[in-house]
Design a protein around this ligand. Structure first.
Ligand code: GTP
Ligand code: MG
Length: 312
């Protein structure tokens, strides 16, 4: 018997355990990753004010009462242009198809404008039970929320509609109670102390990419990609991490470095600080910027990110 089954077995005596996968889908920037972090109670997925932050599915695992709820944070759905865009959007819909329940997250301030309408249409074709969560309610009036809820439910009949704020936590307890009750009875999928499926090396690369998204502008965040190349635990209890930031052109490398290395230094400091908090050990972080033309068309990079490589 594995440890996991053991936990589930013991729990069963006190009452049935529940478990399942909840896919969070929605337009880019709706707050999906912020919500997953809030519900898991730790940072498992990176967040930025820019669009298209999340690139591949990240699983964040939460426990609520006797339920283990596995949230699948997906890339935002938008009109794809580049190959990477297409892989991201395909991955998001793929995540929805693998879930027990789908939660559509909408930025209440934006409403159904933009990509939300097309996503609602797409959801009509998806067979799983669906719920709606209107996010960022800290930013809008209640009457506007009710109108938005009615308009969305007219297109897709949702099982439930929740009004929440991922940043303040408002409405999140009700949402968790509902999910814990609704997910099927069954043993937990993961050990009880696991909060994510992302290997540490990859989370570390993501944390650096987040700092890059926060610090650099225009096309640069979208033209860059971070990989952890070396991870060395040292005898003194610290860890030495080497990462490469790939950009597409020499001119972008200059911007990523900044005047006198200012930009890369700031990114490195911010990332190192957060990594040492997460790892609870001192971190020596070394960042290198390399030009790799067309990394956005290289199947190996997609594999590294956990994305399928679209042929076109
Ligand atoms: N005011 C407010 N801002 C929020 C809330 N939830 C998220 N945000 C902000 O919205 C922005 C986008 O958040 P993310 O969590 O990265 O959004 P996402 O849906 O994961 O975006 P992509 O990964 O790009 O698809 C960030 O600046 C968040 O701080 C909320 O409840 N209220
Ligand atoms: Mg995200």
């Amino acid at each position: 018997m594995t440890e996991n089954e053991h936990i589930a077995g013991d729990e069963k005596e006190a009452g049935a355990t529940h478990s399942g996968f909840v896919a969070l889908i929605g337009p880019t920037n709706a707050g999906k990753s912020t919500l997953v972090n809030r519900l898991v109670g730790a940072k498992v997925s990176i967040v930025s004010h820019k669009v298209q932050t999340t690139r591949a599915i990240v699983r964040g695992i939460a426990i609520h009462g006797r339920a283990q709820i596995v949230f699948m944070d997906t890339p935002g759905i938008f009109k794809p242009r580049r190959r990477l865009d297409r892989a991201m959007v395909t991955s998001a819909w793929g995540g929805a198809k693998d879930a027990d329940l789908i939660m559509l997250l909408i930025d209440s301030e934006r409403g159904l404008r933009g990509d939300a309408e097309a996503i609602l249409e797409g959801l009509k074709e998806v067979r799983q039970p669906k719920i709606l969560a209107l996010n960022k309610i800290d930013q809008v009036k209640r009457e506007d929320l009710l109108k938005l809820a009615a308009a969305a439910n007219e297109v897709v009949p949702f099982e439930r509609t929740f009004m929440i704020s991922a940043t303040t936590g408002s409405g999140c307890d009700d949402l968790m109670d509902y999910l814990a009750e609704t997910l099927p009875e069954g043993p937990w999928y993961y050990p009880e102390d696991q909060i994510s499926d992302l290997p540490m090396r990859q989370l570390a690369a993501e944390i650096t990419r987040e700092k890059l998204f926060l610090r650099l502008h225009q096309e640069l965040p979208y033209s860059s990609h971070v990989e952890t190349e070396k991870w060395e635990e040292r005898k003194d209890g610290s860890v030495r991490i080497e990462q490469v930031i790939y950009v597409e052109r020499e001119s972008q490398k200059k911007i990523a470095l900044g005047k006198g290395g200012e930009a890369i230094k700031a990114i490195s400091t911010a990332s190192r600080k957060e990594l040492s908090e997460i790892l609870e050990q001192p971190v020596h972080l070394f960042l290198f910027v390399k030009v790799r033309e067309n990394w956005g068309d290289d199947p190996e990079r997609f594999r590294e990110m956990g994305l399928e490589f679209p042929r076109h």
